[in-house]
Every structure is written in structure tokens, then in C-alpha cells.
Ligand binder design. Structure first.
Ligand SMILES: CC(C)(COP(=O)(O)OP(=O)(O)OC[C@H]1O[C@@H](n2cnc3c(N)ncnc32)[C@H](O)[C@@H]1OP(=O)(O)O)[C@@H](O)C(=O)NCCC(=O)NCCS
Length: 150
């Protein structure tokens, strides 16, 4: 089951999966997490939060004002590859379309390029380094007004 969650609920998985436990959960807050329009989604299995994604009302400078930035996408290791992340993105696309969003973009880690490509994201930048994390490319998925799902 997918539901909206708070920033605080995202922190343990961000710490474990996105920062390998090297940052404490409280250190895994992102600027903008609690700004108006930002929201966080969680997938629960048997009551356990196993996958998360956050969306900030933060357009990309080159693609118009109606964009959201996807941040902190992560699935607990033992639940990866089961289609859970894909379900979160599909849920988000419908909600974002209802909010009037035209696209979603993200800074994708190299290990996640194929995940995003499978979900109809395209590359919009070359590779660049984010210090302490590694190589990334910017990726973007347009949101079709008639058919936001994949
Ligand atoms: C990337 C991540 C969020 C994907 O979540 P997930 O729940 O495992 O993804 P899903 O099982 O829903 O995969 C959805 C699709 O992407 C594909 N996919 C997922 N990870 C992939 C990978 N590493 N390589 C190739 N394809 C991948 C799946 O095969 C699936 O495609 P399909 O529907 O055609 O079969 C998860 O692996 C993760 O948390 N990784 C570590 C943290 C990370 O890198 N986060 C991204 C930060 S930008």
C-alpha cells in the first residue's frame, strides 16, 4: 500500500540506503522537504515502510515552471527488484498530473539510470559528480495530461 508520509518517516531509509548509514537519519533532511507543495510517498508491506520517494515543487530552470524534483528515491535492499519503486513512481505521476505538473526531473545516480529509463525518464544532462555520492545525470519524464501512468 502506498500512502503520503512525513519527512521524518523518510529519514531512516534515506540514511540506510542512500547514505549507507554514514549519515544519521536526522542528517538526511533535504532543503525544501517541508516547503509548500513538497510531498513524500511511502510503500508499506505488512505495516513496514520499505520504499520512499520525495517530490519538491522545484522546477528545472530549462523546462518551464510546472516541474517537480524527485529526491530520495530508495527501496530497502531486500525489497528491491520487486516492482515497488515503479509503483511509487506511477502513483506519483497521477498525483502530480492532478497538481498540474508537466514534468518531473531528478539527479539520477549512475546505478539507478536503468531504473529511470525503464520508467520513461530521459537523460537531460551529461555525467557530473556529486561529492560523497558519485556520478549522476539529470533525467526528466514528461507527464502526459491524458495518460500520466506508464
Ligand atoms: C533504484 C531503486 C530505487 C529502484 O527501486 P526498486 O523498488 O528496486 O525498483 P523496481 O523493482 O520497481 O524496478 C522498476 C523497473 O526498473 C528496473 N530496474 C530497477 N533497478 C534496476 C537496475 N539497477 N538496473 C536495471 N534495471 C533496474 C526493473 O527491472 C523494473 O523494470 P521492469 O518493470 O521493466 O521490470 C532501488 O534499487 C534502490 O533503492 N537503489 C539504491 C538507492 C538508489 O540508488 N536510489 C536512486 C537514487 S537516484
Amino acid at each position: 500500500m502506498i500512502r503520503f508520509i512525513t519527512t521524518a518517516e523518510t529519514l531512516a531509509i534515506r540514511s540506510e540506503i542512500l547514505r549507507n548509514g554514514e549519515l544519521l537519519p536526522e542528517q538526511c533532511r533535504f532543503e525544501g522537504d517541508d516547503e509548500p507543495g513538497a510531498f513524500h510517498l511511502g510503500y508499506f508491506q505488512s505495516g513496514l515502510l520499505v520504499s520512499i520517494a520525495s517530490f519538491h515543487n522545484q522546477p528545472h530552470p530549462d523546462y518551464g515552471p510546472d516541474g517537480f524534483q524527485l529526491r530520495g528515491m530508495a527501496t530497502l535492499t531486500e525489497f528491491q527488484g520487486k516492482g515497488i519503486g515503479k509503483q511509487i513512481i506511477q502513483f506519483a505521476m497521477i498525483y502530480l498530473q492532478q497538481q498540474g505538473a508537466a514534468y518531473v526531473w531528478c539527479n539520477a545516480r549512475k546505478v539507478a539510470y536503468n531504473f529511470y529509463l525503464a520508467l520513461q525518464f530521459s537523460f537531460i544532462s551529461g555525467e557530473f559528480e556529486i561529492k560523497g555520492i558519485g556520478l549522476h545525470r539529470k533525467m526528466l519524464r514528461k507527464i502526459d495530461k491524458q495518460n500520466p501512468t506508464i
